[in-house]
Design a protein around this ligand. Structure first.
Ligand SMILES: [Zn+2]
Length: 169
């Protein structure tokens, strides 16, 4: 399908979508990396902290973003740099409400560096960078993506609710 949008930041074609904005490849990579960098800062990783790393994409960003020394650990007490996306968090939240289950994705041990990035964005990023990232998509997640296509921003709004409720606890 031909894309009629230009990049938000330059005059190139906006081939990639980030939330409801369009970006060329370079600017798309830039905005994803900037977001992940900001997320890393929120979690305040300590110098020489024991860390577990969830997969090759998480490892890619640890190598790229984390400037301080850290220790790869298998200890249960170590925090985990996860590949949990915005969709995962939204779906877990909805699943908890709709099915009265207790999916725990907000765990103080989790460093969710993709917490505000939709899976579609992460998938595109990995395709461009040739990093393997596979995730099975649940029915609920498909429905959520359908909602997102009708009402851009749904996933992010839901995430804000999740965060606010988390803070109330
Ligand atoms: Zn651009």
């Amino acid at each position: 399908m031909a894309n009629k949008y230009n990049c938000e930041k330059c005059s190139k074609k906006g081939v990639y979508t980030y939330i409801d904005k369009h970006f060329c490849e370079n600017h798309f990579l830039e905005i994803v990396e900037k977001t992940v960098r900001r997320n890393f800062r929120k979690y305040k990783i300590q110098k020489n902290e024991d860390l577990r790393i969830d997969g090759s994409l998480a490892k890619y960003f640890v190598d790229k973003v984390l400037t301080m020394p850290y220790k790869i650990s298998k200890k249960d007490s170590a925090r985990v740099i996860t590949e949990i996306t915005l969709d995962d968090l939204d779906v877990a939240f909805l699943d908890n409400i709709l099915n009265n289950s207790s999916n725990v994705l907000f765990n103080e041990k989790f460093i969710n560096i993709f917490e505000n990035l939709p899976s579609s964005v992460i998938n595109d990023f990995c395709k461009i960078k040739n990093i393997s990232f596979t995730k099975k998509v649940s029915k609920l997640e498909k429905d959520l993506s359908l909602l997102e296509s009708k009402y851009p921003g749904t996933k992010n709004s839901l995430f804000k609710c999740v965060k606010q409720l988390g803070e109330l606890k």
